[in-house]
Design a protein around this ligand. Structure first.
Ligand SMILES: NC(=O)c1ccc[n+]([C@@H]2O[C@H](COP(=O)([O-])OP(=O)(O)OC[C@H]3O[C@@H](n4cnc5c(N)ncnc54)[C@H](O)[C@@H]3O)[C@@H](O)[C@H]2O)c1
Length: 319
């Protein structure tokens, strides 16, 4: 019998997802790995995708243009949470099941979010650089204690951030379209509207999904409502933020600092004006990348693919 072929466009699969890979191979699947170490372009997908029965997907674009070339494809299992790169309607029309790894990387993203927040308030990356260069450039930073932290979005990651912040003696509030009241009570988080979060928070952490309705959620209007001297963290998605507006908020003095893991255009290019500012900390969309998430999501996506191949409903089915 011909082996089922699983295309893995997510990166680092052999190196970090040995258990998931083994599970698929033990069930007779052949793995085709993304050789590029970055999201695959349309023309690369055109070459690789037509032979695939299932995909473990990174953040490359999946829509009807590619589905017209993939008659065998039965499942796309997103190696992450956001599915803004997969057109669910087009996938349903092509009879392709789509799953994600909701909640599986929440702790990793929450930990990096807290790390970025403290790095921004104490200027850690710049201090590292100047100390290494032989300078003794001490810096007077801000503390978190008794500050107001506003979470835009109260999903898996934001709730995990709220739980970790309990030890920091801060006052946490959140805005979410469908707020989880029980979790808010348990975590001592106040539910507010968007404007109140922006106007009153010393730190705003953006953790919404990227949707049509949340495109440029943070624009000039939103940044102008933020408290003078406040901090802004985005570990969610680049499309949620108008980067030119963020640049203006950082250069006008409205914001003391920002830390961002995600960008409007990824991978980033050298010329991004945000990279010229010394009050911005940047990481390359890496918040979810830990050995634990690779291992756990490797297994979850492998199991989801086997479920689809065997006519069972996979976990986290989205369409
Ligand atoms: N930086 C990274 O590497 C990384 C990794 C994982 C997830 N993410 C991103 O982080 C974000 C949050 O992920 P999550 O796992 O917490 O998601 P989640 O789905 O658990 O939570 C999203 C929350 O947003 C709320 N929401 C949905 N639409 C809304 C709207 N229009 N207005 C206000 N609230 C709305 C939902 O009610 C939900 O509570 C997503 O954008 C995800 O893609 C980034």
């Amino acid at each position: 019998m011909e082996k089922k072929k699983v295309l893995v466009t997510a990166t680092n699969y052999s190196r970090l997802c040995a258990a998931g890979k083994k599970l698929l191979e033990e069930h007779g699947c052949e793995i085709i790995e993304n050789p590029f170490g970055r999201p695959m372009t349309f023309s690369e997908l055109q070459e690789f995708a037509p032979q695939a029965d299932a995909v473990v997907a990174g953040v490359d674009d999946w829509n009807s243009s590619i589905f017209s070339l993939t008659p065998r494809l039965k499942a796309i299992c997103r190696f992450g949470v956001g599915v803004d790169n997969i057109n669910l309607e087009d996938a349903s029309k092509a009879n392709i099941k789509v799953t994600n790894a909701a909640g599986m990387n929440a702790n990793a993203v929450a930990e990096l979010t807290i790390g970025l927040l403290i790095s921004a308030m104490r200027n850690i990356p710049q201090l590292y650089q100047t100390t290494q260069q032989g300078q003794w450039d001490r810096f007077v930073g801000d503390e978190l204690i008794n500050r107001k932290v506003g979470l835009l979005g109260f999903g898996n990651i934001a709730r995990c951030v709220a739980k970790k912040l309990m030890g920091f003696d801060v006052d946490v509030s959140t805005y979410d379209k469908y707020p989880n009241l029980e979790a808010a009570r348990a975590l001592n988080v106040t539910i507010c509207d968007k404007e109140e979060i922006l106007r009153t928070s010393d730190v705003v952490i953006l953790l919404l999904p990227s949707l049509k309705e949340t495109y440029h959620f943070m624009n000039d209007d939103a940044f102008s409502m933020m408290k003078p001297g406040s901090y802004f963290i985005n570990t969610a998605r680049g499309a949620l933020v108008d980067e030119a507006a963020l640049y203006r908020a950082l250069t006008s003095g409205r914001l003391s600092g920002a830390a961002i893991d995600v960008y409007e255009a990824e991978p980033t290019q050298k010329g991004n004006p945000l990279f010229t500012l010394d009050n911005v900390i940047t990481t390359p969309h890496t918040a979810a990348e830990t050995y634990k998430t690779y291992h756990d999501i490797g297994l979850l996506t492998a199991q989801a693919i086997l479920d689809v191949f065997n006519g069972r409903e996979p976990k986290n089915l989205l369409n």
